[in-house]
Design a protein around this ligand. Structure first.
Ligand SMILES: NC(=O)c1ccc[n+]([C@@H]2O[C@H](COP(=O)([O-])OP(=O)(O)OC[C@H]3O[C@@H](n4cnc5c(N)ncnc54)[C@H](OP(=O)(O)O)[C@@H]3O)[C@@H](O)[C@H]2O)c1
Length: 259
């Protein structure tokens, strides 16, 4: 069955390969992010039979989210799925950022994206008896379950998404709306590979040496490719998750030590 899926954060290092995969499988996509040129370029290169639409949005801005909601409401098809990628938080070691910084981090990476998700859920239509379910996938990070010293704000906001997903799973399960999270470890997006290159240069190493050093504490001895992440998210959007909701999938090569 052809599905209609919203991808918020569509043009990013993970979003773009995900959209490419979903489009190739015949899904129709609602592509959302801020930069319209990048959205246009992504839409133009997607292969498949879906009639994709673009709705620009700034997930940190209430007015922009409201405009997104109006545009989504006029779109003629219900959503079968939504993938939410809250805007990344900057690396930060400060355990006591000032109140304005906290407010801004919460707005950008939790309150705004959650408002957008609410609009997406309002656009979902399910029929459990006919096996027609809708799937929400929220992208989080391994700081959802394990503190990392250099990601102080993430240590607070990533677990918040797990609590929110569980809450929504309970609230929406009877309607056949599933809500799961994917917590990512290191992902070899172009941006992240560039950071590794920089660190390799500083340390007088080759890129390969640096990558091997940085993944030495990952059981699978690698970071994920964006395509591997796309496959996991695609799985959670598919019938694979027909009896799964409120779960957190750790996509981290085994890095997380806790059960
Ligand atoms: N890459 C990793 O290693 C890694 C690890 C753990 C978790 N994650 C999480 O995975 C998700 C995707 O990461 P990524 O590496 O693909 O990030 P990315 O390459 O920086 O892409 C971010 C995407 O979100 C959009 N975006 C950013 N700010 C936005 C805003 N305020 N409103 C609407 N859209 C916004 C960007 O497009 P515009 O700039 O045009 O808006 C882009 O499409 C994020 O939630 C990130 O925190 C990534």
């Amino acid at each position: 069955m052809q599905k209609t899926i919203l991808v918020a954060g569509a043009t990013g290092g993970i979003g773009a390969p995900l959209c490419e995969r979903l489009a190739l499988a015949g899904q129709t996509l609602v592509l959302a992010a801020r930069n319209i040129d990048r959205l246009d370029a992504l839409s133009a290169r997607l292969k498949g039979t879906g009639k994709h639409i673009i709705i620009p949005v700034d997930m940190s801005d209430d007015a922009s989210i409201a405009a997104f909601g109006s545009a989504l409401a006029t779109f003629g098809r219900p959503l079968d799925g939504a993938v939410l990628m809250p805007p990344p938080l900057p690396r930060n070691t400060d355990p006591f950022p000032d109140s304005d910084t906290w407010r801004s981090n919460f707005q950008r990476s939790f309150i705004g994206p959650l408002a957008l998700l609410k609009l997406a859920i309002e656009k979902m239509s399910t029929d459990v008896d006919a096996g027609h379910r809708a799937k929400v996938v929220i992208v989080s990070a391994i700081t959802s379950v394990q503190v990392l010293g250099h990601y102080a704000a993430s240590n607070v906001l990533r677990p918040a998404w797990l609590g929110q997903a569980k809450t929504l799973a309970f609230a929406l399960g009877a309607r056949g709306i599933h809500v799961n999270t994917v917590s990512l470890g290191g992902i070899l997006t172009e941006h992240y590979a560039g950071l590794i290159s920089g660190r390799a240069k500083e340390a007088g190493q080759t890129y390969e040496q640096r990558l091997a050093d940085e993944t030495a504490n990952v059981p699978l001895r690698k970071y994920a490719s964006p395509q591997e992440v796309a496959a996991v998210i695609d799985g959670l959007l598919s019938e694979f998750s027909d009896h799964l909701t409120g779960i957190n999938v750790l996509c981290d090569g085994g890095f997380t030590r806790s059960f």
